[in-house]
Design a protein around this ligand. Structure first.
Ligand code: HEC
Length: 157
């Protein structure tokens, strides 16, 4: 091996090792309560959204290796601030209505789940029928106003 190549490799190794020293917090938490929706809707949300938009993220192996971990943890933290399904019932009603209404346009245009997530988790790719199920649920966003009093105690919807 050429000398220059060897030192370059050692240098890269040192940089890589140093990157691992920067700690990132991969937190999870028990939230106030999840949306009350049909089993079909919850199945889709849990599979395609919960890793970022909930307190029960399943952290993949690359979430432990810098620099990928910085990206993954950063995205999850931003995603939770924007929308955290685990704390859904603690949101003011109008926030729930607005978020639920946003889910139709954001998923039908494939802006969510984030593209790289779908390539790393092929099971998060939503079928036509699953997208339709989400659209339908999202379009009935105003139901969140009634959900406030009754639905929280029932799992029918
Ligand atoms: C890989 C992580 C990831 C996954 C998976 C993911 N999201 Fe997101 N989502 C984000 C991030 C990050 C943001 C914040 C974007 C920003 O800050 O600009 C976001 C923002 C949103 C918003 C915007 C909230 C607002 O305030 O406007 C909605 C709605 C949303 N996501 C819905 C979903 C839905 C529905 C799914 C599943 C089908 C999903 N997301 C899957 C990372 C993710």
């Amino acid at each position: 091996m050429k000398r220059g190549t060897k030192y370059t490799l050692i240098g890269l190794g040192v940089v890589f090792a140093a990157m691992q020293l920067k700690t990132v917090d991969r937190t999870n938490h028990l939230g106030a309560g999840d949306p009350v929706a049909s089993r079909e809707v919850m199945w889709i949300l849990r599979r395609a959204c919960y890793d970022c938009h909930s307190g029960e993220s399943r952290w993949p192996i690359w979430a432990y290796v810098a620099p990928m971990s910085w990206r993954v943890v950063g995205d999850v933290n931003r995603a939770r601030v924007a929308l955290n399904f685990s704390d859904w019932v603690a949101y003011p009603v109008e926030r729930r209505v607005a978020l639920r209404a946003t889910i139709a346009p954001i998923t039908i245009t494939h802006r969510m789940p984030l593209w790289y997530y779908v390539s790393l988790h092929p099971d998060a790719r939503l079928s036509r029928a699953e997208l339709d199920t989400l659209q339908e649920w999202s379009r009935r966003a105003s139901e969140e106003r009634q959900a406030d009093t009754s639905a929280r105690h029932s799992s029918r919807r």
